[in-house]
Design a protein around this ligand. Sequence first.
Ligand SMILES: [Zn+2]
Length: 230
Amino acid sequence: MNRRTIFSWFAMLVVLSSSINASAQSCVGNPVSVQILGSGGPAINPFRSSTSYLLWVGDQARILVDMGGGAFHRFGQAQAKLSDLSVVAISHLHPDHVSDLPALLWLSNRDRQKPLPIVGPSGNNVAPSFSTFLNRLFDEENGAFQVLGSTLGGTQAYAGTGVRLDVGVVDATKAEPSTVLDREGVTVTALGIPHGNIPTLAYRVQMSRDNLDENGGGNQGLKRRPVAKS
Ligand SMILES: [Zn+2]
């Protein structure tokens, strides 16, 4: 395959040691970049939101990894658009990685009409599978947020305030990576990694070399620049 890994990253599980500016900055204009929306863990922190990352390709936020507390606000500060996302990738179901997901989805059908792909891990005896987790949140009959029932296909009048989700569940015990996105030159794979007793996924992003060129043009208007290689 004429394909080369130009960037990869793995879900951060605890706390990053590097400092972060309290104000999120826009990554619009950079060719390929990761923006840390939140690097905090579960502890209360006056300077950091909990975990969340955005992968920008050109001027579009294409991949969102995790949505911990405070990340909803950071997403807005970053000027990211829900309509640009190719996938939301959830690493695991600890609250500091997923608690702002309902906030992101509330009234999301105003910003996006096409279904939003979203993926998370399988379950075990201490955590539900990602699909069960979403059902417990958004089921129009029994969910905690029945008003978000449309995210799972609910049709009740009160269940029409969130974009339809295209839910994927990855077996976190599988030995080989699973492809969760392969579109428009971007491939995302998921692989189970250790994190205590809770099923957890790391995500890897690969981008087609065809999307970059030496002069900054490229078929998506992207510029090549030095980035980490895996
Ligand atoms: Zn965790």
